[in-house]
Design a protein around this ligand. Structure first.
Ligand SMILES: Cc1cc2nc3c(=O)[nH]c(=O)nc-3n(C[C@H](O)[C@H](O)[C@H](O)COP(=O)(O)O)c2cc1C
Length: 168
């Protein structure tokens, strides 16, 4: 059985150290690539059909609306995984509005995680999971969860030791 590293990472403006900046590469993507390197697992980017806006304010507005209406936006078609191949699934995301982006909720809807080991990781501006872990655990009832790894976005390039310790 194989390991999967599935992640979502926003392309565009982000909040870092309480400032709006444009990242060359998304923070969650940096951590996901490191995890793939260390585990030898397959890397999979969760992508939305209608891209989230580049602008932080517009993106925040859409994420609020999706959160408040419990919308699960459509995933980009044609990218389906064969989840049967994997027994360990790392799931990574930025924290948006205290939990994972709703496109990640759509991804969780789409697959059966029963019997799998789920290893959540996130990046954000505060280094915590917010309510995302509780939410994920309540949605993926048949999976077994390990501890998660939460990293501040500003620290992703200085987190090799924490990432390596998480993998062990
Ligand atoms: C729409 C939006 C909402 C965000 N909400 C929060 C938040 O509630 N708390 C927080 O600490 N950071 C928040 N952030 C910051 C991101 O979580 C942080 O920059 C993260 O590392 C981005 O990861 P990414 O580059 O992989 O998308 C938000 C960023 C965006 C774009």
């Amino acid at each position: 059985m194989k390991t999967l590293i599935a992640y979502f990472s926003h392309i565009g403006e982000n909040l870092q150290n309480n400032e709006i900046i444009v990242l060359e590469k998304g923070n969650t993507e940096v951590v996901a690539e490191k995890l793939a390197e260390l585990t030898g697992g397959d890397l999979y980017r969760i992508e939305e059909e209608e891209p989230y806006p580049f602008s932080y304010d517009d993106c925040l507005r859409r994420s609020r609306r999706e959160d408040e209406n419990n919308e699960h936006p459509a995933l980009k078609p044609g990218m389906r995984l064969n989840m049967d191949e994997y027994d360990t699934v790392y799931i990574g995301f930025p924290i948006w509005y205290r939990t994972y982006p709703r496109i990640v909720a759509s991804f969780l809807d789409d697959y059966d995680f029963t019997g799998k080991t789920v290893r959540p990781f996130c990046t954000n501006d505060e280094g915590t999971f917010g309510i995302s872990l509780l939410e994920m655990q309540s949605v993926l009832k048949g999976a077994s969860f390990t501890d998660g790894l939460a990293i501040r976005g500003a620290d992703v390039y200085n987190a090799d030791e924490r990432i390596a310790a998480f993998v062990k």
